[in-house]
Design a protein around this ligand. Structure first.
Ligand code: 5GP
Ligand code: MN
Length: 339
């Protein structure tokens, strides 16, 4: 953490703390927020965890989930005053205030000190304190390292360990992605010794499918996955109507993009799917092909080298066409990418 001494002085008395994470939080976003929140409560701080949107039901098991304040018509006033009155605001697992809709502007204007804890590329400079490392596989791992840096390992109980382990597990794709370093295993090992149960957490995260999600996955794999061998690329498109037809819920499409990338010889996969007010793109790549550059240049997005996202205000079909039109620019890189 930058300016650690100043941070410690600030936190030496009971503070009003707000923790915010990104839109449509995943296990890393929610797990790191709830883990940090539970840790700070132990020091007598009053903590509110805020999410800019709802999140998948398969994350509801996380200890502390019941106290999360989800942004919406009913809660926007309360959230505005919590942010305005906060002494300190932690921003977890996102790198730019523009990624968290109205809440981003509230935070920008707030007088409380800001802390960024994140592992995405090219962070915006808005924070007074930063724990930023793009090599770290997860924000949850950064929270663990932060607590260790504070000399407070003994305050990590099994609830905190579970929240952090969940983030570490999912952001490494089950310790399989190229971001899995020696450090991820060291952190995971210590979290297990502090009470995280790997079997229980894997079951809660990966093996709690609804029948609807499995049917949707079957449909996607058999009807919607297209391969372009000449570009070593695969893509999936999903309209709102298709999602509705399968009764899908928030988060049901998570992980589908990895199936495209699992095809032998494929170096890039994108899933393009419709949301109520925009089209979202979810990119995955192997080796030295950077989807973060592509997402930033053409789809108003970013993320990590091998896992990025973006959005589009055009139609699903037009967004797919735009993607297909830019592929020739990347053809050479895609063919030679070292995987
Ligand atoms: P996913 O495909 O799982 O939604 O996102 C992959 C990664 O890209 C995540 O780390 C996520 O935070 C980031 N990401 C997703 N959408 C966007 C976006 O619209 N803008 C930026 N800057 N990053 C994104
Ligand atoms: Mn993350």
């Amino acid at each position: 953490m930058t300016h650690l001494q100043e941070f410690n002085e600030l936190m030496s008395v009971s503070r009003r703390v707000v923790i915010v994470t990104h839109y449509k939080p995943d296990a890393d976003a929610l797990g790191s927020s709830l883990g940090l929140g539970a840790f700070l409560k132990k020091d007598g701080h009053s903590v509110s965890v805020i999410t800019p949107s709802d999140y998948p039901a398969f994350l509801n098991w996380m200890p502390g989930n019941d106290s999360v304040i989800i942004y919406g018509d009913q809660t926007s006033g309360k959230i505005a005053s919590l942010i305005e009155q906060a002494d300190i605001i932690f921003c977890l697992d996102f790198s730019a205030l523009s990624r968290i809709n109205d809440i981003g502007e509230m935070i920008r204007k707030a007088s409380g000190k800001k802390v960024l804890i994140d592992h995405h590329l090219e962070p915006e400079k808005f924070a007074d304190f930063e724990q930023w490392n793009p090599k770290a596989a997860s924000t949850a791992g950064l929270i663990y390292e932060f607590i260790i840096e504070l000399g407070s390992r003994e305050k990590i109980d099994s609830n905190i360990a579970e929240c952090l382990y969940a983030g570490l597990l999912t952001d490494t794709g089950g310790f399989r992605h190229s971001n899995t370093r020696r450090e991820e295993f060291m952190i995971a090992s210590d979290l297990v010794s502090l009470g995280a149960n790997p079997t229980k957490i894997s079951k809660l995260i990966y093996d709690t499918n609804t029948l609807e999600r499995l049917r949707l996955m079957g449909f996607v794999l058999s009807e919607k996955l297209t391969v372009l061998p000449e570009y070593k690329t695969a893509y999936i498109t999903l309209s709102l109507e298709e999602l509705k037809k399968f009764g899908s819920q928030s988060g049901d499409t998570e992980g589908f993009v990895n199936y495209g990338l699992s095809i032998e010889g494929i170096h890039l996969c994108v899933m393009i799917y419709e949301r109520k007010d925009e089209i979202k793109l979810s990119f995955r790549s192997l080796g030295d092909f950077s989807v973060s550059e592509l997402a930033r240049k053409y789809f108003n997005g970013g993320g990590h080298k091998n896992a990025s996202g973006g959005s589009s205000k055009e139609s699903l079909q037009a967004t797919l066409q735009k993607f297909l039109d830019i592929l020739p620019e990347y053809k050479e890189q895609l063919l030679v990418a070292h995987v």
